[in-house]
Design a protein around this ligand. Structure first.
Ligand code: AHG
Ligand code: MN
Ligand code: MN
Length: 359
């Protein structure tokens, strides 16, 4: 029998030819992430059974402690990246500090991984899609122990990024900067199989995704854009449809396929937005741009932000190009652009009388 299926492993090896000088480390790193994703998928699928098998804080039949799924996912990805040996630092949403992988092989490895091991974890208890988001950088320093500075790179420096969605089926979607490809897990053979080659996000979509419960706290530009989405106009197929799962991965995955915009703006409660630049916004921005869409803070391109700190948060407007541009247009008219981190430092120094600030 001829088998027409292309597995993630086969695809990664084939694509290695796109990078003639690569020695296969990135391919192995992606393979390791794929394996950890399958292990996490197995546990996510059993989530509803936790009450039967034993809750957090109890021990299972092997005497192991039952872990909350986001802790479990965090441990699985760190373990996979540690044993793989291709990565010198893991930065994860679940840990305050970066993790140095200190084995002699890993110390000198050239890649850095930033990861949100379980995104949308509040949806776990109610059987709604959750995800994993990852981002891969090449370390900048050439020798010695890599440091936080190696992690704080602009999104444009990413060499690969992807997400896994644990949904009605499980998919892994990733880019290495040459388009976006999606793989669906076939549980019968335990392999991710190429199901969505060269994914493209429609230029215009008709879905907007934002937590409207926070409406009163939104900047005026976002309020105006939401009203724009809701106004009747047959020529532009408005009103648009509102869809919000509360899992960034789920919301963006749907909008990638169907066309749409996902917004998590600044609010008066979270003045820098809620989502993290390194673990959530940069990888998703890389994927969506590679699929032909746009990702912005409302004013500037996400991928151009110079990260100042590990757990930095940013507002995000991401999705179909025309929708993001329309939202940016509203932001420009109705909302004053907030100062960047550099500008804030500069103005503080000026207040203190340090004329000219820093260069
Ligand atoms: P995480 O579960 O990794 O903390 O991320 C949750 C994020 C994102 O996935 C989601 O879109 C957003 O938080 C939901 O926030 P609200 O509940 O404030 O809408
Ligand atoms: Mn998240
Ligand atoms: Mn998370």
């Amino acid at each position: 029998m001829v088998c027409g299926v292309k597995t993630l492993g086969q695809f990664i090896i084939e694509k290695q030819a796109d990078f003639p000088y690569a020695k296969g480390e990135l391919s192995r790193l992606l393979r390791d992430i794929g394996i950890a994703a399958k292990i996490v998928n197995r546990e996510v699928n059993k989530a509803g059974l936790v009450d039967i098998l034993g809750d957090v804080g109890t021990t299972n039949i092997q005497g192991e402690e039952q872990k909350k799924l986001d802790v479990y996912a965090n441990e699985q990805f760190i373990a996979a990246l540690t044993s793989g040996g291709e990565c010198c630092i893991v930065a994860t949403e679940e840990e305050d500090e970066i993790i140095h992988i200190e084995s002699p092989v890993s110390q000198n490895a050239k890649y850095i991984v930033c990861i949100d091991p379980l995104d949308g974890s509040s949806n776990i208890d109610v059987n709604v899609a959750v995800g994993t988001i990852f981002s891969i950088y090449r370390r900048k320093s050439v020798e010695g122990l890599a440091s936080l500075q190696d992690v704080l790179q602009k999104g444009t420096e990413q060499v690969a990024a992807g997400y896994v969605i644990y949904g009605s089926s499980t998919m892994l979607v990733y880019t290495t900067g040459k388009g976006v490809n999606g793989f669906t897990l076939d549980p019968s053979i335990g392999e991710f199989c190429l199901s969505h080659p060269q994914m493209k996000i429609p230029e215009t979509g008709y879905i907007y995704s934002v937590n409207e419960g926070n409406y009163v706290h939104f900047p005026d530009g976002v309020k105006k854009y939401i009203k724009y989405c809701q106004v009747e106009d047959v020529s532009t197929k408005r009103p648009y449809t509102s869809r919000y799962i509360g899992s960034m991965v789920g919301d963006i995955h749907r909008n990638l396929i169907k066309g749409g915009i996902y917004i998590y703006p600044t609010t008066s409660r979270s003045p820098n937005g809620k989502l993290r630049l390194l673990y959530e916004c940069n990888p998703m921005a890389f994927i969506i741009e590679q699929a032909g869409g746009k990702a912005s803070t409302g004013f500037d391109r996400i991928l151009d932000i110079n990260p100042a700190e590990l757990h930095q948060r940013v507002p995000v407007f991401i999705g179909s190009k025309n929708m993001v541009e329309k939202a940016e247009e509203m932001m420009l008219i109705y909302t004053e652009k907030p100062l960047s981190v550099e500008e804030k430092v500069e103005s503080k120094l000026e207040d203190l009388g340090v004329v000219g600030g820093i260069d």
